[in-house]
Design a protein around this ligand. Sequence first.
Ligand code: ARG
Ligand code: ZN
Length: 494
Amino acid sequence: MRRDGQGRPALAVRATAAVTVLATAVLAATTAGCTRDGPGSRRGATPTPAPAVSRDFRPGATGLGDPYFADHGNGGYDVASYDLKLRYNPGTDRLDGTATVTATATADLSRFNLDFERLTVMAVTVDGAPAEWSWAQGELTVTPARGLPAGGQFRVEVTYGGVPQAFGRPGLSGTGFLHTADGALALGEPESATAWFPANDHPQDKATYAIAVTVPAGLTAVSNGVPEGSATEAGWTTFRWAERVPMASYLATLAIGRFRVTEGVHRGKPVYTAVATSLPAGAADRAMARTTEVADFLEGRFGPYPFEAYGGVVHNERRIGFALETQSRPIYSPAFFDRGGDGTWVVAHELAHQWFGDSVSVRHWKDIWLNEGFATYAQWLWTEHQGASTVQETFDREYESASAEVWQTPPGNPGASRMFSGSVYRRGAMTLHALRRAVGDEAFFRTLQTWAAERRNGNGEVADFIALAERVSGRPLRPLFDAWLFGTTRPARP
Ligand code: ARG
Ligand code: ZN
């Protein structure tokens, strides 16, 4: 699902395109001399003479042009929805699934790619007809029986299975799919989806999700969005989840195991939190119980909470030491809740990402400051709200204690191996405070709210944010951002 430059869906454009779709679909089918069994097809009717038009069907690009991750995502189509039907057996560590991907071609495609790692593909169909496919190095190439005309919708179904794997990327601890003591966890940034389903794996192509996960009775399977109930049959329970607000693929998650589940409703939206039963009842449960309180606090600063559900999951898998802002239901390492303190700072961080990262996503991974700098600043705001250090005190401490590496690494374009470095988080948050000092509280928070509102369900890049900050404040801010985001020495104290 792609939007126009800002977060608005390109509605007017789409409506026009839809009309063209039918026309071109029929045209393409007749040109190819065969009958297309879809909207506008004329199966059984008298053959129409082929119009004198030929289309040039070509392979879709194998990447989306991300400067850090050239092979992430694919060109030539735009996914609207993923419908995942999965079965996981912790006894064998085997995952079996069917992924139905509904997409619109954005070019005349002879074939296209989906990103997918390591699991074995059993069958691929396009619009119900068997398609040819091949797999190499994380790319599943699908060649449909006939070309897919630009503007037309198509449906790919991939049947697959195997023992899913974690990625071992340098600098990124345990991401992908991990088999845990009592189940499994699928999470990771900038990638993780491709360890458990085929995807157009880049934040530029957001889509809605319907996820049904079948696990042995007694276990719980948690995912994103609205819980749609569970049903047990012959010793297996199927849990259904629906994320109806467009989501980047790395934000899709699965947490399977034994959990203390708490369900409720907040402002008319479902709340679903889960804490591993192997953790003693305590800080993690208390922090999860404050999820909606933290979300309301952030809503007061950033504008309306962007999703249809609230929640969080605390697992007990010590190999994962980070938390992730998985959409509407962040996943937390237990490590955050046994360090003393109440651990709510990490809840503030991951919930801030619901606005900055999830609803407004990076255009390219080099824009990661728009996620991590903002979520870290939200942590500082929450800490002040709790009556501990003020934001200014936190800034002063960070400014004085930051390492040389922080000042050498530009958070505005840190490099793929430093996406999650101290510069992006700490100097990134200091950058926002420097902006606030320069433009004042009113313009500062109006800038954050405008960013979240204008780009809701869309993408943005660092240059767009700088332009917005200048527009809202009416002040030239290039020198400030150049020093704080792109310089390699410590900027002057604001
Ligand atoms: N976005 C995550 C956070 O909010 C960071 C994920 C880091 N990923 C990793 N593999 N270490 O902190
Ligand atoms: Zn973060």
